[in-house]
Design a protein. Structure first.
Ligand SMILES: CC(C)(COP(=O)(O)OP(=O)(O)OC[C@H]1O[C@@H](n2cnc3c(N)ncnc32)[C@H](O)[C@@H]1OP(=O)(O)O)[C@@H](O)C(=O)NCCC(=O)NCCS
Length: 232
C-alpha cells in the first residue's frame, strides 16, 4: 500500500479481492463490455504485471463505521524492450467523483507505486485526455508495445523473449498498447512507421510528430491516438 495524503490509499487488486466487483463495475460503466468479462481480466492482476491498482477512500476517523469506497482504478503493464518502464492504462475515476483532484491523486500515487518498485518511466496512450496527462507532466513520446498477461508458470528468463525491439513488426507475442482497457491482449498491428515531422507550425513535440491537438498515430480503428511518457 502506498502512503497518500488525506484518507486515500492505492492498493493492488489481487490483495483486495473484495474490490473486484466494484472495479469491474467501474470499468464496465466507463468502457462497456460485460462486467463478467471485466471481472475475469481484473482477476489476473498480479505483482508480476499486469497489476491492477485501486484508489480507495477510507473513512475519516470521525466516521469509523463507513467502509472504504472505490475512487478509481489503473492498470500497469511491462513495456517490451524497456525493463525500467511501465505502461499505464485503464485510468478511471468514478463519475460522481471527477473534477475533485482524485485523478491527479490516482496518477501521482501510481508514480510512487512504480518508483518504489524500481521503475523510472511511465508510458501511456490516449485518444482524448492528452491535456490532462500533459498537465500532470507527461510529454509526447514514441509508441511502445506492452507485454500482455503471461502464464504465472512462465519463468522470468522467458520475459527476455519480449525484450525486443529491433523492429516493431518482429515481436509477434507483444501487443500494441491501447488506451482503453482490453479484455484480453488485442490482436492489433504494431504501430506504423512514424511520418516525417509536421510542418504545420503548430508546435509538435520534437521528434514525435505530435502536438496537443494532432497526432500522426492511429489506433486499430483508425482513430487518432496520442502517445506520452513521464520520467518519474
Ligand atoms: C481522466 C480522469 C481520470 C481525470 O480524473 P479527475 O478526477 O476528473 O481529474 P482531477 O480532478 O484530479 O484533475 C487533475 C488536474 O487535471 C486537470 N484536468 C482534468 N481533466 C482534464 C482534461 N480533460 N484536460 C485538461 N486538464 C484536465 C484538472 O483541472 C486538474 O488540475 P489541477 O490539479 O491543477 O487543479 C477522469 O476524468 C476519468 O475517469 N475519465 C473517464 C475515463 C478516461 O477517459 N480515462 C483516461 C483514459 S486515457
Amino acid at each position: 500500500m502506498s502512503p497518500l495524503p488525506e484518507e486515500l490509499s492505492l492498493v493492488p487488486l489481487h490483495q483486495h479481492p473484495e474490490l473486484l466487483e466494484a472495479c469491474a463495475e467501474l470499468l464496465a460503466e466507463e468502457w462497456g463490455k460485460s462486467r463478467a468479462l471485466r471481472l475475469h481480466a481484473l482477476q489476473r492482476s498480479s505483482d508480476a504485471f499486469p497489476t491492477c491498482l485501486a484508489l480507495l477512500r477510507t473513512p475519516a476517523p470521525t466516521e469509523p463505521t463507513c467502509p472504504p469506497s472505490l475512487v478509481g482504478h489503473v492498470r500497469l503493464s511491462r513495456v517490451a524492450g524497456q525493463p525500467s518502464s511501465l505502461f499505464v492504462e485503464s485510468v478511471v475515476v468514478a463519475r460522481a467523483l471527477r473534477g475533485r483532484g482524485y485523478g491527479r491523486q490516482l496518477m501521482e500515487a501510481t508514480e510512487r507505486y512504480a518508483r518504489a518498485r524500481g521503475f523510472c518511466c511511465l508510458h501511456l496512450s490516449t485518444h482524448d485526455k492528452q491535456q490532462f496527462y500533459a498537465h500532470l507532466g507527461f510529454v509526447p513520446a514514441e509508441p511502445v508495445q506492452i507485454v500482455p498477461f503471461l502464464s504465472p508458470a512462465m519463468p522470468a528468463a522467458a520475459l527476455q523473449a519480449f525484450a525486443v525491439p529491433s523492429s516493431p513488426t518482429a515481436a509477434a507475442p507483444v501487443v500494441l498498447a491501447a488506451p482503453q482497457p482490453p479484455l484480453s491482449p488485442p490482436a492489433v498491428p504494431p504501430p506504423p512507421p512514424l511520418p516525417p515531422p509536421s510542418r504545420t507550425g503548430r508546435g509538435p513535440a520534437e521528434g514525435t510528430g505530435q502536438s496537443p491537438q494532432e497526432s500522426p498515430h492511429r489506433d486499430a480503428r483508425g482513430l487518432p491516438i496520442f502517445w506520452m511518457k513521464k520520467d518519474i
